[in-house]
Design a protein around this ligand. Sequence first.
Ligand SMILES: C[S@@+](CC[C@H](N)C(=O)[O-])C[C@H]1O[C@@H](n2cnc3c(N)ncnc32)[C@H](O)[C@@H]1O
Length: 251
Amino acid sequence: MATSLRPYERFAEVYDKITPDEFYAEYYDFILKILKEMNYKPKKTLDLACGTGRLAKIFLDEGYDIEGLDISEKMLEIAKSRAKNLKVYQSNMIDFNLGKKYDLIVCTYDSINYILQEASLQKCFNSVSKHLNQEGVFIFDMNSVFKINKVLPEYKADYYDFGDAELIWLNSHSHEPDLWIGEVILFKKTEEGKYERYYEKYIERAFELNTTKKLLKAANFEILETYSDFEFNKIKKDSKRWFFVTKKKTN
Ligand SMILES: C[S@@+](CC[C@H](N)C(=O)[O-])C[C@H]1O[C@@H](n2cnc3c(N)ncnc32)[C@H](O)[C@@H]1O
């Protein structure tokens, strides 16, 4: 029997090997272009669902004052080992309370899709709003309804060999619309040359564009722009990744 774990526990140790550095550089460049366009220079930034801190590390190296928050202890351990001067918080992004405010909060790589209920997404947006200074900016992306319902179900299984571990990534689509299920089976070589098997399950939920906008507005956000797929293009029916650029309204 495989040991069944919460998401991003054992997978954390191989997570970084799956996504190339260029992907994070692309995020950084895109966010920087957005900030430049807005002529906005944040003093304090929070990377929400920061994972192993790869994006936060780029911000740090570029001289930004950034902190990270994630629910997974293992992901945060890696983030800390990557950037010793990165302050991180282990917390649930749905309902966090750090007792401080930021000028910019970013949340990338479809982390928002891990929130599965509309009421929870509202709570998350409320928490983000609470942690922003007046006119503070919140930039995030999410996998689109099209990607969750039409693109991801078409993906076949992936196999990775890392030498001391092997991984099978399955896209076992849910039969419910707007939900995607990913399954990870990790085989980890023991000192005796045998394998331990770990299983983790991932669920992402797609939210309609109008629902997302409604929840943002209810959390006191003005939606400045929506973009798609790392381009300054408007969202189309077949856009896969939606970007939201929002600003906390002055009271
Ligand atoms: C796809 S990873 C993205 C991580 C990071 N942003 C990156 O770009 O590599 C999703 C992250 O969301 C985190 N996460 C999922 N649900 C969360 C929650 N409710 N609160 C905080 N973090 C959460 C996971 O632990 C994981 O690190």
